[in-house]
Design a protein around this ligand. Structure first.
Ligand SMILES: Cc1cc2nc3c(=O)[nH]c(=O)nc-3n(C[C@H](O)[C@H](O)[C@H](O)COP(=O)(O)O)c2cc1C
Length: 385
C-alpha cells in the first residue's frame, strides 16, 4: 500500500484508491456515463488554453485568499459534494468537512450522504449543504427547514439531475444503491480486507448500518439492502417555480449547481441565486454535455457581481488559474478528494488540500501574478479551437 505522502499530485490518489477500495465502490467514484465523452473533454478543455507569464514581477508575497458569499477563504478551491463519502472512507463526510474547514477552504456536503447533516453542521460550522430536490414537492420545504435548523447558512441546489443518468459502468462493476448483498460483493470484500475492517465494519459496529440520511427531512433507505428501492422519487417535474419557492423560504445564501446555459444563469440570478456553479457533474449526467470551462466566459459575462464558480475536471493548480482567468471566483474538485480520503482518511484529505493549494501559489508566482483579482483573460490564450 503506497503511503499517502507519496502522492505528489491529485491524480496520484486514483491508483491508491483503486487498490484500496472494492471494485464497485471505486468505479462508483471514478465513473462517468456512457462513452465518457464529457469526462474526457472536461480535461481536454483546460489544454485548449496556454499561459502568457509576466516577467520580473515581485512575487515574494502572494495572496490566494478569496471572498465568497460574505466569507473569506484561504484558497479559491473547494471540495465538491460527493454522495456516499462515508461508504468509501470512514465517516467520510465529517472528515472532508473538518479537513476543508480547518484549511479555510469551502466544503459542500452532499445530500446523498450517510451521516446526519446535523452532525456535520455541529462539527464543522461553515460547511455548505447540497440538496437534490425531493420529487415529492411537499417534502422540499420540510428538507429546507431541516437544513436551516441544523445551522447551515449556504444551501446548494443541484439542478442537472432531472432524471437518473445512464451509469452503465456502475452496473458492469456491480454497484447499486442500495448495495445488494451478493457473492460478488462478498468476494470484493474479501479481497479488500482493509476497507472491510477499517471502513465498513467499523462504521457498522460504531454507528449501525448506514442509511441515506439527508435526501429528505426524515431518514431514508439503508445502504445495504435486498430490495433495490430507490431513495428518491422521480424529479422530472421540478421546475424554476420550485426554486422560487425555496428562495422565499431559505434566508441564507442560495447557490445553484449544474448550470451550463447562459439563459439558465440569467434565470438563476433572476430567481435570487447568490452564486452559480457551472458544472456538468464531472461528466456523470448527460454524456456529451459541454465542458463547463467552455461556457464559463459567456456565463461570467452576464453574471455581474454574482460569483460564478466551476467544477468538473479540475486536477491542477494551473487548471484553477485558467478557470479564474476566464471568470470563475472559485472552483471545486470532486473525485481526487474522494480517492484521497478513501485511501488515507484525514491525512489523505489534508494531503490533497495541501497539494492543490500549494500548486495554486506556485503557479501564480510562475505566472507573475500576486493576487487573484489580477488574473484575467490577459494571462491566457486559446490555442486550439
Ligand atoms: C462519487 C461522486 C459522487 C457525487 N455526488 C454528488 C452529489 O451527491 N451531489 C452533487 O451535486 N454532485 C455530486 N457529484 C458531482 C460533484 O459534486 C462534482 O460536480 C464533480 O465531481 C466535479 O468533477 P470532478 O470529479 O472531475 O472534479 C458527485 C461526484 C462524484 C465523483
Amino acid at each position: 500500500m503506497a503511503r499517502i505522502d507519496q502522492a505528489l499530485c491529485l491524480d496520484d490518489f486514483e491508483a491508491m484508491a483503486q487498490r484500496h477500495l472494492p471494485r464497485p465502490i471505486f468505479e462508483y467514484i471514478r465513473g462517468g456515463v456512457e462513452t465518457n465523452a464529457s469526462v474526457d473533454d472536461n480535461r481536454r478543455a483546460f489544454q485548449d488554453y496556454a499561459f502568457i507569464p509576466r516577467a520580473l514581477v515581485d512575487v515574494s508575497s502572494i495572496d490566494t485568499s478569496v471572498s465568497l458569499l460574505g466569507k473569506q477563504y484561504r484558497s479559491p478551491v473547494g471540495i465538491a459534494p460527493m454522495g456516499l463519502s462515508a461508504l468509501s472512507s470512514y465517516r467520510g463526510d465529517l472528515v472532508l468537512a473538518q479537513a476543508g474547514g480547518q484549511a479555510g477552504i469551502p466544503v459542500i456536503m452532499s445530500g446523498s450522504s450517510l451521516i446526519r447533516l446535523e452532525e456535520v453542521a455541529t462539527s464543522s460550522p461553515g460547511t455548505w449543504f447540497q440538496a437534490y430536490l425531493p420529487g415529492d414537492v411537499q417534502e422540499i420545504s420540510k428538507l429546507v427547514d431541516r437544513v436551516a435548523q441544523a445551522g447551515f447558512t449556504t444551501l446548494v441546489i443541484t439542478v442537472d439531475t432531472p432524471v437518473a443518468a445512464n451509469r452503465e459502468n456502475n452496473i458492469r462493476a456491480g454497484f447499486t444503491t442500495p448495495l445488494r448483498p451478493s457473492a460478488r460483493l462478498l468476494l470484493d470484500g474479501l479481497t479488500h480486507p482493509r476497507w472491510v475492517c477499517n471502513t465498513f465494519l467499523r462504521t457498522c459496529v460504531r454507528h449501525g448500518m448506514p442509511h441515506f440520511e439527508n435526501n429528505y427531512a426524515t431518514r431514508g433507505a439503508p445502504i445495504l439492502s435486498r430490495n433495490v428501492l430507490r431513495d428518491y422519487s422521480d424529479r422530472g417535474h421540478i421546475s424554476w417555480n420550485h426554486l422560487r419557492a425555496i428562495r422565499k423560504q431559505w434566508k441564507g445564501a442560495l447557490v445553484i449547481k449544474g448550470i451550463l446555459r447562459k439563459a439558465d444563469a440569467v434565470t438563476a440570478i433572476e430567481t435570487g441565486a447568490d452564486a452559480i456553479i457551472v458544472s456538468n457533474h464531472g461528466g456523470r449526467q448527460l454524456d456529451g454535455s459541454i465542458s463547463p470551462l467552455r461556457v464559463l466566459p459567456e456565463i461570467a459575462d452576464i453574471a455581474g457581481d454574482i460569483p460564478v464558480m466551476l467544477d468538473s475536471g479540475i486536477r491542477r493548480g494551473t487548471d484553477v488559474l485558467k478557470a479564474l482567468a476566464l471568470g470563475a471566483r472559485c472552483v471545486f474538485v470532486g473525485r481526487p478528494f474522494g480517492y484521497a480520503t478513501a485511501t488515507g482518511g484525514r491525512k489523505g484529505a489534508d494531503r490533497a488540500i495541501n497539494l492543490i493549494t500549494s500548486e495554486i501559489t506556485r503557479d501564480l508566482g510562475l505566472l507573475g501574478v500576486t493576487r487573484l483579482q489580477d488574473l484575467s483573460a490577459d494571462v491566457i490564450r486559446k490555442i486550439h479551437d
